[in-house]
Design a binder for this molecule. Structure first.
Ligand code: GDP
Ligand code: CA
Length: 331
């Protein structure tokens, strides 16, 4: 790992925050950060390994989850899709015998149709995402991890499955043997992400409590991104998606078991070894926190209400400031 440069001046404590995230879990903390930080200070970088072509449309599930969440349009029950959604399209499609395992609400459909049209007209996913974010009034910047296609493929007990077939159609049932990110090796990281990581005004990088294997690893698989993170002048902090050995939602703990990884905070810390300067974990894991080889912040990490999201965002930012002072001061 390359040597880390640290800023020691107090001004370094303010500035831009980059957050890496997937969908539902990531979006919760993204919302907290968005509410706490001054407008324009947050750059959210989303996994696009889950993107796929469906019914002729380009669907970007994680980007959309974060976008709807920040725009106040998210469905509070599911965490994905839009609130107050109607389903006439889906019913009509089913009546025609069309594929109905992936649910697309009527309002949501407009996002995919318009994204697909713009991609076809030659716009980049970055430009389209920025346009949607502006139209929906987002205060934070939202970026796909790359404009080049990356497709997460899950090698399972039932064969190799495109991500959405594993996740949605088969509800994460098959045992995972290996996860691949097809195309990642030749997908340039979003240039805006690389310049944010190299910029003098970077205050903190947050790895949201997204699924490390399915949502964060695709981002880390982009060429040069690990090095850019390791070299960046600001602290890098991860928030654990596990609470007392269980995922709050989704297959993270199940996948860890299937891959022979213990479902512990130590395993999460190890997963991000060489990249993070600190780990934020839940009070339920306070005992384990004492034995971790990196700085930790112990707090409530379960985000049920908006207040929970905001409180956790504040804790993460405070922890970042402490780490920055520590590292900077040691130099
Ligand atoms: P997906 O792309 O929709 O699957 O969402 P993410 O990968 O961003 O988030 C899934 C992860 O978020 C799971 O591993 C959950 O354990 C985690 N998660 C969801 N809600 C919470 C929460 O309130 N607190 C914490 N710490 N993790 C959460
Ligand atoms: Ca996802």
């Amino acid at each position: 790992m390359s040597e880390r440069r640290r800023k020691s001046s107090p001004e370094a404590r303010r500035g831009k925050v980059v957050a890496l995230c997937g969908g539902v879990g990531g979006a919760k903390l993204a919302l907290g950060l968005d509410r706490v930080l001054p407008a324009g200070d947050l750059l959210l970088v989303c996994n696009t390994g889950d993107d796929f072509e469906h019914l002729g449309l380009h669907v970007s599930p994680d980007l959309d989850t974060v976008m709807y969440t920040l725009a106040g349009l998210a469905n509070p029950e599911t965490g994905w899709g839009r609130r107050d959604e109607s389903w006439a399209f889906m019913r009509a499609l089913e009546a025609l015998g069309g594929e109905s395992w992936f649910r697309l609400g009527d309002g949501d459909l407009a996002t995919h149709v318009e994204r697909t049209r713009r991609l076809g007209a030659g716009e980049s996913l970055t430009a389209i995402t920025a346009h949607f974010a502006r139209r929906l009034g987002l205060a934070s910047a939202l970026l796909p991890m790359s404009d080049a296609p990356v497709r997460t493929m899950v090698e399972t007990s039932e064969g190799t499955l495109p991500f959405q077939h594993y996740f949605v159609r088969l509800r994460c049932g098959p045992a995972v043997r290996r996860i691949r990110f097809d195309g990642a090796e030749s997908a340039p990281p979003n240039p805006a992400l690389l310049s944010a990581l190299a910029a003098a005004d970077l205050a903190l990088v947050v790895i949201c409590p997204s699924n490390p294997y399915l949502s964060i690893d695709p981002i880390l698989a982009l060429p040069g991104l690990r090095a850019a993170l390791a070299d960046c002048a600001a602290p890098v902090v991860a928030v654990s998606p596990l609470i007392a050995g269980k995922a709050v939602k989704g297959p993270a703990a199940k996948i860890m078991a299937e891959l022979g990884i213990p479902q512990t905070q130590a395993a999460i810390a190890r997963h991000y070894d060489g990249l993070i300067d600190g780990l934020v974990l839940d009070e339920a894991d306070a005992a384990e926190a004492r034995n971790l080889p990196i700085p930790v912040a112990v707090t409530r990490t379960l985000m049920q209400s908006l207040d929970d999201r905001v409180a956790l965002a504040r804790r993460v930012l405070e922890f970042g400031i402490r780490l920055d002072a520590r590292k900077g001061g040691a130099r």
